[in-house]
Ligand binder design. Sequence first.
Ligand code: ADP
Ligand code: MG
Length: 335
Amino acid sequence: MRRFMAIIVSVLTLVGCGVQENKTQRSFFAMDTVMNVTVYGDNSEKLVQQAGNMLDNMSVLWSVTDENSEIYAINHSGGGTVDISAETSELIRFALEMDGLTDGALDVTLYPVIKEWGFTTGEYKIPSEERLYQLLKYTGTQNVILAENSVTVAEGTEIDLGAVAKGYAGDKLYKYLTENGVTSALLDLGGNIHAIGVSPDGSPWRLGVRSPDGNGNVAVLEISDMAAVTSGGYERYFIGDDGKRYCHIIDPATGCPADSGLASATIVGRHGALCDALSTAVYVMGAEKAEALWRKIGGFDMILITDGGDMLITEGLKDVLSIADAFYGELKVIS
Ligand code: ADP
Ligand code: MG
């Protein structure tokens, strides 16, 4: 009897598939941002729910403010060794590697500096040079000793995985969803996009690349099975008493907000964590160094919008990117 039921159910599902589209879309608040998860196909309801649980768990694990988080424990260890989960260890290891690859432009030990500028509370201020000089002593990979299941940071050193965690989370969700048969889904994790498979009509996902000045899109990107991650100075910033604009991405070399001539950096590639790490690092290092890094390590493409409104793209995007209404500058293809 049971087997008979099973056969009927599967036939119905198969027929249903062709006739009507099954879609589940839900918003979650995790990692201090709004995340939208859209999954197409059977079972999408259950899968989206589980995706939400995964985001919650990672959010708790890596929060800088939640007293139950592993990062909180590390940052309040007073120089002691803290046991951490395999996932946290993996993410910190990845971040340290990226720090090396980007010549220190990505630095997950900047938290003391980020706090000083007020980016954690919204009570912004421009720190004195002496203060920044003091705080920069606590930053840098030499202050972090990572083992398989534990980490030790120097007293005063604090870790913040905000520049890599959303990309890493996207990779985890990608793996979970595709292993469970999903061939069409879109993850928008606070601006980090993971386009899984193709859109429900079988065509690539179409993503708009926002203009840094907020007026529509400068380009449209057609991708499938790819992540696209943007870092920009236009989303979180404050205007100082000196009338200058200070953004939330910090140049680890100076302890000051990055000012490399880029308004935004979008990285496109298979791995979300890599795209996330590189979007932040490239925004810090600027176009010239970014181009050199692209030549050196490859494995990703990028769209750089300069402060002057020009666009630089790497050759891998030539056939999948089209210019949109809000673009007024010059386009250069890096090859
Ligand atoms: P967002 O998280 O705003 O989408 P990013 O991925 O670029 O953008 O991450 C920026 C966050 O990472 C900042 O809010 C800050 O917490 C932290 N951060 C700032 N500058 C750096 C840096 N040079 N390296 C690593 N983390 C940074
Ligand atoms: Mg990033």
